[in-house]
Design a protein around this ligand. Structure first.
Ligand SMILES: O=P(O)(O)OP(=O)(O)OP(=O)(O)OC[C@H]1O[C@@H](n2cnc3c(O)ncnc32)[C@H](O)[C@@H]1O
Ligand SMILES: [Mg+2]
Length: 413
């Protein structure tokens, strides 16, 4: 029997080391090391497009296509019609098994993105090869790959269900092929055990301790316009956003506070107490100088009920005859981030943007008072901006920017 370059048995895989959440700003990221093969993968959802996008450095276009095809059946097709899943793979060092480990590292990263992998047996990939003396090996080193006469990368579950596979080199006869499949499925069982051991040791205790999975952020809002803005901003950081629209059973929170901060804290504290999760809330509104700061904290119900058209009509009516230069206004957002049952420790930030109330509405993007809020620097109403543009300049975007440098430390406390 042939001696392997690192003295392993023919059916033995190399040790696996995973650094979960490897990148600070990308929660769904891993550094994956099989022997000295090192691959880094980060994954996130973004709202402005759909489908699955895999990009990689150190991999061929053919390998990326293969990965894309192997990953696609594992992710909800419906989710992919609404959002885009982006996977970036970087090979830092290749000592064999690059394609298999790129797949495995991606599965690792996707495990850190809530609600991404379909609920099924999670597969893994293994490389196997045939050597000149017809020995079959699992998890080849680069030196072994260079002298192998045939090679195969296979995706399988620990239950021995084979998914994608790719063969290269000399054709193999059927008995050799069967042997390769057997080797690969043994390698898979071993790899899955390594993978789970690492995950259970490093990631699950964190989740079980009630420390939130930093991959998802819950926002206490029922306003779909706000939800879209938060999703777009947080997706960039690799975070998924859930809102009260995802929890229809939760009670209505009465906004009885006298300030934006009080209302934001009410919403965040109460929902955090119910969900037992950290919750972010936004209380926002429009302050019009000519109306002595009204509607302010009453912006949502300015016209009596929560109706954007009614609110805008009332605003125009109250400003009838007020000249352009006196129609100045400020959009304000206060964000409160709350941990379950620790209302005294809320993290509170705010953001403002200055503008002017138009005489007639302009644009159909955004929500609320956006069509009447003119931003002089951009010579556009908020409703004429794309979601991405609004998220560069809005009061909410500025508040989120103030939150960005502090919330992870606050959450870890
Ligand atoms: O309380 P939640 O469920 O978050 O949703 P809401 O719409 O009731 O939100 P608020 O209580 O904070 O009320 C804010 C109102 O201010 C207006 N508003 C806030 N941000 C806005 C924005 O970015 N563009 C346009 N109008 C905005 C809009 O009318 C909102 O309904
Ligand atoms: Mg409200």
């Amino acid at each position: 029997m042939m001696v392997r370059t690192d003295n392993r048995a023919v059916n033995d895989v190399r040790p696996l080391q995973v650094q979960w959440r490897y990148l600070t700003q990308q929660p769904a990221s891993v550094l994956w090391q099989r022997g000295i093969t090192k691959i880094m993968v980060a994954a996130y959802w973004q709202t402005k497009a759909a489908g699955l996008v895999v990009t990689g450095t150190g991999l061929t276009a053919g390998q990326i296509d293969w990965l894309q095809a192997a990953l696609l059946p594992l992710v909800s097709a419906e989710a992919l019609t609404q959002q885009q899943l982006v996977v970036t793979i970087t090979t830092l060092e290749n000592d064999g098994g690059q394609l298999a480990e790129a797949f495995n590292a991606t599965i690792g990263a996707l495990q850190l993105l809530p609600d991404t992998l379909l609920d099924q047996q999670v597969p893994c990939a293994v490389s196997v090869g045939v050597m000149a003396d017809q020995t079959t090996l699992v998890d080849l080193t680069l030196a072994e790959e260079e002298i192998a006469i045939s090679q195969m990368t296979m995706v399988a579950t620990a239950q021995e269900q084979v998914g994608a596979l790719t063969l290269s080199g000399q054709p193999v006869d059927s008995s050799l092929f069967n042997e390769l499949i057997l080797r690969a499925s043994q390698g898979c069982t071993r790899t899955t055990a390594q993978f789970q051991a690492s995950f259970q040791q490093a990631v699950q205790p964190v989740m079980a301790a009630g420390i939130p999975d930093v991959g998802t952020i819950v926002i206490a809002t029922k306003n779909p316009g706000k939800a879209r803005e938060f999703e777009a901003v947080f997706a960039k950081a690799g975070l998924k956003v859930k809102t009260l629209l995802d929890y229809p059973e939760l009670p209505e929170i009465d906004e009885t506070g006298q300030t934006f901060e009080a209302n934001a804290r009410l919403k965040a504290d109460q929902i955090a107490a119910i969900l037992k999760l950290p919750v972010l809330a936004d209380d926002s509104g429009l302050m019009v100088d000519a109306l002595d700061g009204r509607p302010g904290i009453y912006s949502a119900r300015f016209a009596g009920d929560h109706n954007d058209a009614g609110n805008n009509a009332k605003l125009l009516f109250e400003l009838t005859g007020v000249p352009t230069e006196k129609r100045t206004a400020t959009f304000h957002s206060t964000l409160a981030f709350a941990k379950p049952d620790r209302p005294n420790e809320d993290l509170v930030v705010e953001g403002n943007v200055a503008g002017r109330i138009l005489g007639i509405p302009r644009g159909d993007n955004g929500f609320g008072y956006d069509p009447l809020f003119y931003v002089p620097e951009l010579d556009a109403s908020m409703a004429e901006l794309s979601l991405a543009q609004k998220n560069q300049v809005s009061h909410r975007a500025r508040a989120i920017a103030n939150l960005e440098p502090v919330w992870r430390d606050w959450l870890a406390d």
